[in-house]
Design a binder for this molecule. Structure first.
Ligand SMILES: NC(=O)c1ccc[n+]([C@@H]2O[C@H](COP(=O)([O-])OP(=O)(O)OC[C@H]3O[C@@H](n4cnc5c(N)ncnc54)[C@H](O)[C@@H]3O)[C@@H](O)[C@H]2O)c1
Ligand SMILES: [Zn+2]
Length: 292
């Protein structure tokens, strides 16, 4: 079964169950490389942790705040409805930070792995990230589950467009400072980004799947197909608490795929997996993905 047959919402859920009885996780690089070498289909599932070494804050831990707000609380339709100005300031800040960031050794190791092995294996990167760094590192076969910071969607006509303008509109120039003492700019709605289509002029929003919103069924179908046929899966820098992505790798492990997790600390899903490589993934991934 896969998830596209039902409407799937992006939600944070605390795991109160175990899919498989935990076995002891191995951290044997040579053993994992044997699995990787023998695999016909490999999925790399990434989360905010892979971009942490590029200077992009995750939603967990110390970096999880923007001003006095929990970052995740601003990634919601309710926050946008209440204050489009505040949410656009937050996303303007995130767009500017990600635009200045560079892909790190983890992103580059993944892109290089695809380049060297893509001819004889199907390699798919599924990311929860919206920062565009996998693409900039050179990854080709990429599924962005939660959208992208550099796409907008019209709230009226629903048109999705790429937009890399900096700033995205004049009123946001020099706005978005993250410090806790900064107060919101209260930009009038008419000065925020708007659709340029004749006869529309609707307010634009980031083309991002916010918490509580449904994932695009086509994107979900593509991710589901890759997850349900891979032999090996690498789970990199994700807390495995944001659904539905949190279910992908445990389900793959349950049906017999070999799953390895790369994180700086154990997650609720760690006991479901066969391998666990602890440490910053800019260090651990290149060791595992480079040729022997
Ligand atoms: N860069 C981005 O695009 C970005 C940033 C923040 C949040 N988000 C969004 O927020 C949601 C958060 O879920 P999530 O699981 O992706 O992130 P998360 O913030 O919930 O968790 C990040 C995980 O990365 C781990 N981590 C931190 N630094 C690491 C490193 N150097 N190497 C390896 N692991 C490291 C942490 O221990 C944690 O488990 C997603 O929906 C995502 O779209 C995206
Ligand atoms: Zn429009």
């Amino acid at each position: 079964m896969f998830l596209s047959s039902i409407r799937v919402y992006n939600t944070i859920v605390s795991r109160s169950f175990r899919l498989t009885m935990a076995t002891r996780q191995s951290s044997d690089t040579a053993k994992f490389k044997e699995h990787l070498d023998g695999a016909k289909e490999v999925v790399i599932l990434s989360g905010a942790g892979i971009s942490a070494e590029s200077g992009i804050p995750t939603f967990r831990g110390a970096g999880g705040y923007w001003r006095k707000y929990q970052a995740a609380s601003l990634a919601t339709p309710e926050a946008f409805h209440t204050s489009p100005s505040l949410v656009w300031e937050f996303y303007h800040y995130r767009r500017e930070v990600a635009a200045k960031a560079q892909p790190n050794a983890g992103h580059l190791a993944i892109a290089d792995y695809e380049k060297k092995n893509g001819a004889n294996k199907k390699i798919t990167v599924i990311t929860q990230n919206v920062d565009g760094l996998h693409k900039r590192a050179g990854t080709n076969n990429l599924i962005e589950l939660h959208g992208n910071l550099y796409k907008t969607r019209c709230t009226k006509c629903k048109e999705v467009l790429e937009n890399t303008d900096s700033p995205i509109c004049e009123a946001l120039a020099n706005r978005g400072a993250p410090d806790s003492n900064v107060v919101g700019s209260d930009i009038p709605v008419k000065s925020l980004p708007h659709c340029r289509k004749p006869n529309c002029g609707g307010l634009l929003r980031p083309h991002i799947v916010w918490f509580g919103e449904g994932l695009d069924p086509i994107v979900l179908e593509q991710a589901g197909a890759a997850m349900s046929s891979c032999d090996v899966c690498l789970v990199v820098g994700t807390s495995s608490v944001v659904y539905p992505a949190a279910m992908f790798a445990p389900q793959a492990a349950q049906r017999g795929a070999i799953v390895a997790e790369f994180n700086i600390e154990p997650t609720p899903a760690t006991p479901d997996f066969h391998f666990y490589f602890e440490g910053p993934c800019g260090t651990t991934l290149p060791k595992v993905l480079s040729a022997n």
